[in-house]
Design a protein around this ligand. Structure first.
Ligand code: MN3
Length: 201
């Protein structure tokens, strides 16, 4: 079965002023759509057509670069849209909040470390909050469209929060000011969705 572009659960202008409408239109409707098309083309006629995107990521070392780049692109962006929401931001609550405090000391400490992971990722990539094999939270980053599910990742785990730091995620509104975009991203994080992923991980 071919992969499809997931619909956004909010309007393209719903994340304004933090993430602008044109960026959302191009990012979702062009960039993510292209990853889906290219992934489908790359796996056409192979056994990977029967697998989920998670399964493909977990054994990504078996696949050509086109699957790694576009499969990662599809997984990463699908997660990204789902952990943002208008009128969200604020703070996590419940078990996730407890785990963040226990692991990083405080929410502010977490925020600082997560932003540092995004700021220090040279070129294009992602910052992640993951649940590791030890069931503990960790922050990491990956280059390009790699992600922590992939068997080639330096730090492996189940991603529950991902921040796209490719220039296409922020350049129209923030130009070279990646830190401003990262601050704005925190205003639209849907912590309920992150907590749901945490519980499942
Ligand atoms: Mn992107």
């Amino acid at each position: 079965m071919a992969f499809t572009l997931p619909a956004l659960s909010y309007a393209v202008d719903a994340l304004e002023p933090h993430i602008d409408k044109m960026t959302m239109e191009i990012h979702h409707g062009k960039h993510h759509a292209a990853y889906v098309t290219n992934l489908n083309n790359a796996i056409a006629g192979t056994d990977a057509e029967k697998l989920s995107i998670d399964e493909i990521c977990k054994s990504i070392s078996k696949y050509p670069m086109a699957v790694r780049n576009n499969g990662g692109g599809h997984f990463n962006h699908s997660l990204f849209w789902s952990i943002m929401s208008p009128n969200k931001g604020g703070l996590p609550s419940g078990k996730l909040a407890d785990a963040i405090n226990a692991t990083f000391g405080s929410f502010d400490e977490f925020k600082t470390k997560f932003a540092a992971a995004g700021a220090t990722r040279f070129g294009s990539g992602w910052a992640w909050l993951i649940v590791g094999a030890d069931q503990k939270l960790a922050i990491c980053s990956t280059p390009n469209q790699d992600n922590p599910l992939m068997d080639i990742a330096e730090v492996k785990g189940t991603p529950i929060l991902g921040m796209d730091v490719w220039e296409h995620a922020y350049y129209l509104k923030y130009q070279n000011r990646r830190p401003d975009y990262m601050t704005a991203f925190f205003n639209v994080i849907n912590w309920d969705a992150v907590a749901e992923r945490y519980e499942k991980a």
